[in-house]
Every structure is written in C-alpha cells, then in structure tokens.
Design a protein around this ligand. Sequence first.
Ligand SMILES: Cc1cc2nc3c(=O)[nH]c(=O)nc-3n(C[C@H](O)[C@H](O)[C@H](O)COP(=O)(O)O)c2cc1C
Length: 174
Amino acid sequence: MADRKVLTAYEWKENPMDLLQHRWALLSAGNEEIANTMTVSWGGVGILWNKPVCFAFVRPQRHTKQFMDRFDKFSLSFFEENEKNKKALAFCGKASGRDTDKFSVCGFEKEMVEDCLTIAQAKTTLVCKKLFVQRMTEDSFLAEEIKNKNYPYGDYHYVYIGEIEQVITEEDGE
Ligand SMILES: Cc1cc2nc3c(=O)[nH]c(=O)nc-3n(C[C@H](O)[C@H](O)[C@H](O)COP(=O)(O)O)c2cc1C
C-alpha cells in the first residue's frame, strides 16, 4: 500500500468538484461489526462556523441513513480512477446494504480511524464528525423546477454537515 499522509482540510490540494463529478465517492458510517456505504456524487466541502466542513445529502430511504444517524462520525472516500473502482462505485450506488454486504462484494476493507469508519483502499478519505442534520422541506425550494425534477415523490434529502477532522491521502499536501 502506498504511503499515506494525514493532512488538515486546509492543506488538502485536490479539487473536490472534480473528484465528486468524475470519480464519485463512498459515504460510509458504522464500526467493524455493523456498517454501510453508498455512492454519492452530490456533496461539497467548505467553511462553516469557522470550521472546515463537508456536506452530504442522503435521501430518507437509503439504508445508509440509519448509520449516519446512529454514529457520530462518517467518512467520504475517493478512489483511484480505474475501471475496477468505477464498477465498484456503480455497484454501491445501486445495491442496498439492507440485503448486500457491499464491503465484501467489492473487496473493501473496513478501517477505523479515530472512531470513524473508513475504507482502506481509498486514495483520499475525509474523516468527518457530524455537526448538523436537517431535512430539506418542500417550502424551502426557491426554484420550483429543481424540486419538481429531483423530488417527484417528495423524498427530500437530509443534509448532513460534518467537521473534516482529517484528510488521509496518498496525494501530496503542502
Ligand atoms: C453516481 C451516484 C451518485 C449518487 N449520489 C447519491 C447522493 O448524493 N445521495 C443519495 O441519497 N443517494 C445517492 N445515490 C444513490 C445511492 O448510492 C443508492 O441508492 C444506494 O443503493 C443506496 O444504498 P443503501 O440503501 O445501502 O444506503 C447515488 C448513486 C450513484 C450511482
């Protein structure tokens, strides 16, 4: 396994827009015994309450939501861009942890870092401590077309905001 560095969010140099759009990510929560992961491509990083934060958006029907609610930390994992990883992330974005152990099917090893579930094979991992969760409401949409296009069944996302405690990466920082 390549050398990994632990950076602060401010030292991290990769472009999260590019990573999310092209490589997607796995959103994971749990512990060594019970855990789940799912593919996400919507999300973001930024600064809020003077902290480096990460945003994740989870629809209510996702099995992952139970783990996001039960555990204090979650991780966002980005993988090397190759066919194998693209297939694995497509699988984790279709199969549900309700009836499939996505970790074993994809050969992903769980690794606890500071009480946060991470995936050993990831190239870059954001270790996040939950700070906030709130569900989007129908009346908070200012653009009707966004609501109609994305929520024909009213399954508005829950917005999770986590403080980025560490960025574990094989990429160079400073
Ligand atoms: C590229 C891609 C991006 C996705 N992004 C999100 C997302 O941001 N939020 C979400 O709730 N579901 C998203 N999904 C859908 C979930 O990954 C999918 O429903 C998954 O099977 C849920 O697994 P679970 O039931 O084990 O939680 C995405 C799927 C794909 C393929």
